[in-house]
Design a protein around this ligand. Structure first.
Ligand code: ZN
Length: 283
């Protein structure tokens, strides 16, 4: 657990406005809220609207309305007056923080430019990674330094984090207990800055959780391995790592995890069918 200068609990809800919120999100967020309340802490709403190609502006007010309807109450967020100094709470307004972190990673030689396409990586990867959707990066561009990259403005490249091959990254999850993942085996070098000049999820998440003083990250179990990646980023950036609490994912009647395709289970659809927040909160 981290030794924060501010021992007061700070948790967060970090929805992404790429679709309607569904019951699975709500369940995880509810756990986050209950843990913040149980610790007499602060709950922060962070709008993860960084991926402008995917999110839709009209989803933001809908998302906030759905959360309020369900019974979520946050003390800091994009719709609250920012008196804490931890804002802004829209990722689209936090680019300068991500850019500064990228610069730090570059100065420390933790990252390298990668010109591989998704297809290159799929073709070169020896085997798809079973536990994660992302194939393990085969290391094609690892020896490249920024200076060997022919600076053609038209060439798009990702900045990729070089993981310490063979090192076990471990942490104690507040819900699932001891976790360990081996860098280079369970997950490979990962993208921190994308070719379309936007911070990748892993970097933005770490920069924001640290910058917003989050003491415990509550999120879905699909991100357990991402936590190992993020721990490497905390370390490289010299940031204090929060505690982690992952929630079991909600499954549909066929045992598949709930996704955006399950529109019938969106909070909006459930509300329109006459469900009440009180009944839904029994999950
Ligand atoms: Zn590459």
């Amino acid at each position: 657990m981290s030794l924060s200068a501010n021992p007061k609990y700070r948790g967060r809800l970090a929805p992404s406005p790429t679709g309607l919120l569904h019951l699975g999100h709500a369940r995880t967020f509810w756990t986050a809220q209950e843990r913040a309340r149980a610790n007499n802490g602060t709950l922060v709403l962070r709008n993860e609207d960084i991926d402008s190609a995917r999110f839709k502006l009209e989803f933001v007010p809908q998302m906030i309305e759905d959360l309020r309807w369900f019974g979520f109450e946050w003390q800091e967020g994009p719709d609250c007056p920012d008196q804490s100094g931890f804002g802004p709470y829209n990722q689209s307004e936090r680019r300068s923080f991500y850019a500064a972190a990228l610069e730090k990673l570059r100065a420390g030689s933790f990252i390298y430019p990668c010109t591989c396409s998704r297809k290159d990586i799929r073709d070169a990867a020896s085997a798809p990674n079973a536990g994660d959707e992302e194939p393990i990066y085969p290391g094609t561009c690892r020896s490249k330094s920024p200076s060997t990259l022919n600076p053609q403005p038209s060439t798009r490249f990702n900045w990729r984090f070089r993981v310490p091959d063979g090192e076990t990254v471990s942490f104690v999850d507040g819900n699932f207990g001891a976790q360990q993942f081996v860098a280079g085996t369970d997950f490979g070098d990962f993208v921190v800055w994308r070719g379309d000049d936007v911070s990748a999820y892993q970097l933005a998440c770490v920069v924001d959780d640290a910058g917003m003083g989050i003491t415990e990250v509550v999120r879905g179990a699909d991100l357990l391995m991402s936590t190992a990646r993020q721990i490497l980023l905390y370390r490289a950036l010299g940031l204090t790592q929060p505690a982690f609490y992952h929630c079991a994912l909600m499954l549909d009647e066929k045992g598949r995890r709930l996704a955006k395709r399950h529109d019938a289970l969106s909070l909006r659809a459930l509300r329109e069918r006459g469900e009440t927040p009180e009944s839904l909160r029994r999950f």
